[in-house]
Design a binder for this molecule. Structure first.
Ligand SMILES: NC(=O)c1ccc[n+]([C@@H]2O[C@H](COP(=O)([O-])OP(=O)(O)OC[C@H]3O[C@@H](n4cnc5c(N)ncnc54)[C@H](OP(=O)(O)O)[C@@H]3O)[C@@H](O)[C@H]2O)c1
Length: 295
């Protein structure tokens, strides 16, 4: 299956984005190396079974990262969501610096669509624009992707599905863009396939656009019973600064600035809608959120 091309090193390959990227790159016949913390963990073994070379290491282990980057063509950098801002920046900057040192030909950093170009003052959103600025300053061919909201985020417990309702940030007529994690992998594979087109680009990526009313219709159809949609209350949004920031970002900030889905389809012709995701990759999580247990 693998060819003679040097590998692409994927971070976070036992997680959502890195896992999807590793799968899509293997599908596209790239050799893939993954930096994993525990080579004996079931997800690492599954990667290895799928033809991914494992390199043991962690974000804290600079020498392991340096060793894992030896001889690679490309790097996909994504950082876990649970790091403090300074830790995330330190890791993101080190990975990019080592890529320069190693002469990596194409560096892809997964940022976030809620990041935007300006600092927000909200710690969990500000690491990404800082890392982006550093990546752009380096002498390396880099592509920054900014995925819109993951479809996976919508089918979690806690939004009311069990009680036949659904609460989210949108007003009924307000639209937001979503992306299935599997499509992030396919976009990244398309980016690595065309370095001259995507090198130097910052690319927001999405797979579907839905309004609050669409959520009600799509969730009702997928559940086979009525799901009533309502926006989070103002009290809820005001009580939690992260939620309030997300709502503002969807209203007037970076998440309100939508991408052209036709352009997305040219890059990744297989993009899936939220409706298709709910009956495919998302089915198990959706059934669980509905309180029906595993499908
Ligand atoms: N747009 C959205 O809706 C949305 C939603 C969620 C997250 N995000 C963003 O996505 C990013 C996280 O990506 P994800 O959701 O794909 O992550 P994820 O599924 O949580 O996976 C995290 C990955 O990082 C690895 N990891 C954690 N700590 C590590 C360390 N110290 N050293 C090396 N590897 C480590 C984990 O490995 P182990 O298997 O060893 O734990 C795992 O592979 C964050 O930037 C977050 O802000 C965006």
């Amino acid at each position: 299956m693998t060819n003679d091309k040097p590998p692409i090193l994927v971070f976070g390959a036992t997680g959502r984005q890195g896992g999807a990227v590793a799968r899509a790159l293997r599908q596209a016949q790239w050799s893939v190396r993954a930096l994993v913390r525990d080579t004996a963990a079931p997800r690492s073994i599954a990667l290895n079974d799928a033809g991914v070379e494992l390199a043991q290491g962690s974000l804290e282990d600079i020498e392991a990262i340096r060793a894992a980057m030896k001889g690679v063509h490309g790097v996909f950098s994504v950082l876990p969501g649970n790091l403090a801002q300074e830790e995330e920046v330190r890791a993101g900057v080190s990975i990019a610096d080592i890529a320069v040192e190693r002469g990596v030909r194409h560096f892809v950093y997964s940022s976030g669509a809620s990041a935007g170009d300006r600092l927000t003052g909200v710690a969990r959103f500000d690491a990404k624009p800082r890392i982006e600025a550093h990546v752009r300053s380096l002498p390396i061919t880099a592509t920054i992707i900014r995925p819109m909201i993951f479809m996976e985020m919508l089918a979690r417990p806690g939004f009311g599905l069990e009680e036949g309702s659904y609460s989210f940030f949108l007003r009924p007529d307000q639209a937001m863009q979503l992306i299935a994690v599997s499509d992030i992998g396919k976009f990244v594979a398309a980016v690595f396939a065309d370095r001259s087109r995507f090198g130097g680009e910052t690319l927001k990526i999405a797979g579907d656009t839905v309004t609050g009313s669409d959520l009600e219709a799509v969730l009702t159809q997928a559940a086979g019973r009525p799901i009533a949609y309502a926006r989070f209350s103002e009290e809820t949004l005001m009580a939690n600064p992260d939620l309030g920031h997300m709502a503002a970002s969807l209203e007037t900030g970076p998440l309100a600035d939508h991408v052209d889905l036709d352009v997305m389809r040219q890059i990744n012709p297989e993009i899936i809608s939220f409706r298709s995701w709910l009956s495919g990759d998302g089915l198990k999580a959706f059934e669980e959120a509905l309180g029906r247990g595993a499908a």
